[in-house]
Ligand binder design. Structure first.
Ligand code: HEC
Length: 124
């Protein structure tokens, strides 16, 4: 192997892996946009949020006193809304994050997707 090819190969691999990762995330994003969440689930998500999430995030998502003490994300923040993708929100609800408990064992995937879509509507 020449010095040139040993230098060039790893970067080609990185490039290929990088490009395919972008492809995968676009596929996931595309599937999520089309994922069927029935109107009933959308309504249920609003109720679930009030029941399970508002105790830290507040009714409007901005976070109540308790939430602010433990560092709950302000879900209305447009900058945060723009920074995170749908899959990350789903993962955080499912597996928990920091002081936030996981909901993956209590909620179905459809309920979690509906909650993610509801969180998107909280943006100010
Ligand atoms: C016990 C309080 C608590 C409850 C209940 C709670 N959260 Fe959270 N949530 C937090 C905290 C604290 C964070 C900040 C986590 C971090 O980034 O360290 C957070 C972060 C988040 C985030 C941002 C995650 C990210 O990836 O940036 C979302 C979205 C969210 N919560 C949605 C929900 C939803 C939906 C529910 C109800 C199913 C819920 N939370 C219930 C405390 C809570």
């Amino acid at each position: 192997m020449t010095l040139f090819s040993s230098l060039i190969r790893p970067s080609v691999v990185v490039l290929l892996v990088g490009t395919s990762l972008i492809g995968v995330s676009q596929a996931v994003a595309g599937r999520l946009q089309r994922s069927p969440v029935s109107p009933a689930k959308t309504k249920e998500a609003k109720r679930l949020f009030k029941q399970k999430c508002a105790k830290c995030h507040g009714q409007d998502g901005a976070g109540n006193n308790y939430g602010q003490i433990i560092g709950a994300t302000n879900l209305t923040d447009p900058e945060w809304q723009q920074r995170v993708d749908d899959q990350r929100i789903i993962n955080s609800i499912k597996h928990g994050r920091g002081q936030m408990p996981a909901s993956g064992e209590k909620l179905t995937d459809e309920q979690i997707t509906a909650l993610m879509l509801y969180v998107r509507t909280l943006k100010k």
